[in-house]
Ligand binder design. Structure first.
Ligand code: NAP
Length: 517
């Protein structure tokens, strides 16, 4: 598969500055959005710390065959940087990564980017009101710390007896081994999530044998993907507001999914019927069809879109195993029925550490409190962004900001707006440290959990990574996304414990100049 290539400028390898106002961890869509927001607000005193050797986050890391986005391209891009040149209605990974690289050049992000600078730890120092951020390339102190590492950062591997004894080639979908040629090989795939349904049909025609180990069948709906014609691209490039209009229509269409998913249970029958029809059209073998028929409501797990996945499983070289995996041996995977499937390679399409993100093990707030310990009973934040006990820390795509129905970039832009408001408030009111009040966060999260009751994500009859190990949904925003944006329109110091800048009295609380949402 062709991947976008980039030419990182020399600035990425510049030394880590000793002190900045804002340190951003990660350079995916979140980190980029924050950086552009800061520049737009006239703030240049920041650094983007990236562990890899180039920017891009999950769209840099996921290069598996068939990788693409299941949110239409004109909505899966920054609102302030529309791309009239998308070549398909659903963009592929190389095109999305190229978009990120282009945006980075256009907004001058590389001057602030430091690559190969994995954040090893960050500790709040109350005396100086600074975060001490240790990276693989040195230490930087920052007044504000923004985590843009996101939930799709760290691949999750299953725990299967004997995994380590496997003698063939094994890799995770997010760390695809392009040096290993799957052609003519016997390949086991574990997982049937958003990633697997994209790479399975891409590799199935080439492999000798594909054995898919399915724990739970996925609802797969038709993917209305098509090339965007030259004429359309001409219109997007030259007709004012054409990309905005396209974006708006996608946005509204996606928001309508809230009706079956949250508001009108009876409407869930509609996507259910579409899913069953799609399955019937794509899979002729009735036994296989039975195996692939989900028993939960559409939307309970992330709804998947594909015109090729189901069909690719109804091929002579494909086999779907549903009994579960008992163990992995040197050259085989043994299922729960005791059948040994000999394979040359295993591809883990088993997802990411979503509710136990690694960054939480590296951030220490007030009194040495570890974010992972704070979140041990479940992830919670104020407006999905700030956390009691962690002054001046902002989590992009934090708890209950994920979406099962629309573009995460809309949520990211909402958070960026909020962050800028907070920074302005801190500046105008000479606030040295701010953190949300625990009672505010408690009340807010109780309300979120109430709103999630009865939604398809909580009550749709499935187990999903939307829910943490205690069964609490700490990942999804429960409502229309414009309601989230409305909640983040203004930063309210009264909801926070604020500490004046060290050595300076707090200014009278004048409202910072509002910026349009
Ligand atoms: P995922 O949705 O978490 O799916 C993981 C799969 O692995 C599930 O089918 C799961 O089964 C299975 N699994 C996990 N442990 C297993 C075990 N021990 N034995 C057997 N099966 C096991 O991961 P993903 O497919 O990588 O997708 C993650 C997220 O990435 C998506 O939900 C989406 O947010 C994002 N993504 C987005 C796009 C896009 O188009 N925008 C594309 C790819 C990924 P169960 O279902 O039984 O748990």
């Amino acid at each position: 598969m062709s991947a976008a290539t980039s030419t990182p400028s020399a600035t990425s390898t510049l030394p880590i500055p000793s002190e900045v106002r804002v340190a951003i961890v990660g350079s995916g869509f979140s980190g980029m959005g924050v950086a552009i927001g800061l520049l737009d607000d006239g703030e240049r005193d920041f650094v983007i710390l990236e562990s890899a050797s180039d920017l891009g986050g999950t769209w840099r890391d996921n290069t598996y065959p068939g990788c693409g986005c299941d949110v239409p391209s004109h909505m899966y891009s920054f609102s302030f940087a529309p791309n009239p040149d998308w070549t398909r209605s659903f963009a592929s990974q190389p095109e999305i990564w190229k978009y990120q690289l282009d945006v980075a050049e256009r907004f001058g992000l590389r001057d602030h980017l430091r690559t190969d600078a994995e954040v090893l730890g960050a500790t709040w120092d109350a005396a100086t009101q600074r975060w001490t951020v240790e990276t693989a390339r040195g230490t930087v102190r920052a007044q504000f710390l923004v985590s843009g590492t996101g939930p799709l950062c760290e691949p999750r591997y299953p725990e299967i007896p004997g995994m380590e004894t496997f003698q063939g080639t094994a890799f995770h979908s997010a760390r695809w081994d392009h040096d290993y040629d799957l052609k003519g090989k016997r390949v086991a795939v574990i997982g049937t999530g958003a990633s697997a349904i994209q790479f399975v049909p891409a590799i199935q025609p080439d492999v000798a044998k594909l054995t898919l180990f399915q724990r739970t069948p996925a609802w797969v709906l038709p993917r209305p993907d098509r090339p965007i014609s030259g004429v359309e691209r001409f219109v997007f490039r030259h007709v004012p507001f054409a990309t905005r209009a396209a974006r708006l229509s996608i946005y509204v269409r996606n928001e309508l999914f809230l009706l079956p998913f949250r508001y009108v249970r009876a409407l869930r029958r509609l996507p259910h019927r579409i899913g069953l029809q799609h399955l019937e059209r794509q899979v002729k073998d009735p036994v296989l069809r039975e195996k692939l028929t989900p028993t939960y409501d559409v939307g309970c797990k992330r709804t998947l879109l594909s015109n090729t996945y189901l069909k690719s499983l109804d091929q002579p070289n494909a086999d779907v195993v549903t009994s579960g995996i008992r163990e992995i041996r040197a050259h085989s995977v043994v299922d729960q029925d005791g059948v040994e499937h000999e394979v040359d390679a295993i591809v883990y399409g088993t997802g990411f550490h979503v509710t136990d993100q690694p960054i939480a093990d590296r951030v220490r707030g007030r009194d040495g409190l570890l974010l992972a310990d704070k979140w041990a009973p479940g992830m919670e934040a104020h407006k999905g962004t700030t956390v009691p006990g962690f002054p001046n820390l902002f989590m992009m795509v934090g708890p209950n900001t994920g979406l099962g129905h629309n573009s995460i970039i809309y949520m990211i832009e909402s958070q960026v707006h909020y962050l800028i408001q907070a920074l302005r408030t801190a500046h105008h009111q000479r606030i040295g440290a701010l953190e949300p009040r625990q009672e505010v966060v408690d009340a807010e999260n109780e309300a979120i959990q109430k709103r999630l009751q009865g939604t398809v994500w909580n009550d749709g009859g499935c187990a999903s990574w939307y829910l943490d190990e205690r069964g609490r949904n700490t990942t999804l925003w429960p409502d229309f996304t414009f309601l989230y944006r409305r909640e983040l329109r203004t930063f309210d110091p009264a909801e926070h414990v604020v500490t004046p800048q060290v050595g300076r009295p707090a200014a009278s609380p004048a409202a910072p100049e509002a910026i349009p949402a």
